[in-house]
Ligand binder design. Structure first.
Ligand SMILES: [Zn+2]
Length: 275
């Protein structure tokens, strides 16, 4: 009997699941792998409906969280995620925001406290493969909740000893530059987005690239499900060609492998499949 393969992806906010891992979630689910998405916060610091920004008068944290949970459920439907687990922590907001100071903000929760809860989920689902962000929160992003998600996932991996392989999401620097050029050429308003030399993941850190071309449409549907955050999702406004380039492959840095897997792989379960 083949053993149950399980993928666990750990993200900070509702909507983070789409861009860097939407394709692997959809693809592995279709292959019969059990998929688990863990979302650490409720996303209270997102935009309110009618475009009210966090911190502005009239921003209703509870209503934003409720709306975003609804959107997350729709998104995971598109991605065929089998199990959605919500840790329910409070969104810390971007670095420097007043929300950072809230004692219940995820970034202020002791790593070991949250890691104990995540380790319990690892014990329950026994994922061979776990995916989260790198130490910068993902290619230099730096959001306090993403950095915390990284720390908590690494700690839970060590504590439980369960995952055979641990990956960080990666957006290769070369891919970002290519995409940015493509967007400029086609006259897209890229706002204040200007990839600095240290933006994205250095290409030499990328060990694994998964082709998710057949799942691009579903990734886009999943992103669109987060419509209350549409202001912040400029990728939805990209020209088709650039979007295909940005969505069709998902890259990762493998940081732990207890099994024999090639140095460069196209499958996160390489070395874990019964032959
Ligand atoms: Zn996020």
């Amino acid at each position: 009997m083949n053993r149950q393969l399980t993928l666990m992806v750990v993200h900070a906010h509702p909507d983070d699941e789409c861009l860097t891992t939407g394709g692997i979630l959809a693809r592995y689910a279709e292959e019969g792998v059990r998929t688990v998405l863990v979302t650490c916060t409720n996303g209270e610091q997102g935009d309110d409906q009618n475009g009210v920004k966090p911190g502005e008068p009239g921003h209703d944290d509870a209503a934003v969280a409720a709306k975003r949970l609804e959107e997350l459920r729709e998104s995971v439907g598109h991605l065929a995620v089998e199990h959605l687990e919500l840790l329910g922590y409070r969104d810390s907001g971007m670095e420097g925001w007043e929300a950072n100071g809230h004692p219940d903000a995820f970034a202020n929760v002791p790593v070991e406290t949250a890691a104990a809860r995540l380790a319990e989920l690892m014990e329950h689902y026994r994922p061979q493969v776990v995916v989260t962000y790198d130490e910068t929160g993902g290619g230099g992003y730096g959001h306090p909740d993403h950095v915390q998600t990284h720390r908590v996932t690494v700690a839970a991996t060590e504590r439980s000893g369960i995952p055979d392989k641990l990956y960080y999401t990666a957006i290769p620097r070369s891919a970002i530059l290519r995409m940015f050029e493509m967007m400029k050429e086609s006259g897209v308003d890229v706002g204040d987005f200007d990839p600095s030399a240290d933006f994205g993941t250095p290409d030499e850190r990328v060990t694994s690239v998964v082709d998710v071309t057949p799942y691009v449409e579903r990734k886009i549907k999943a992103l669109q499900a987060h419509e209350s955050q549409g202001d912040n999702i400029f990728l939805l406004r990209m020209p088709d060609e650039a979007r295909m380039q940005a969505f069709s492959h998902e890259a990762f840095e493998r940081v732990l492998s207890k099994v024999d897997a090639p140095g460069h792989e196209e499958d996160l379960f390489a070395g874990l499949r019964d032959s």
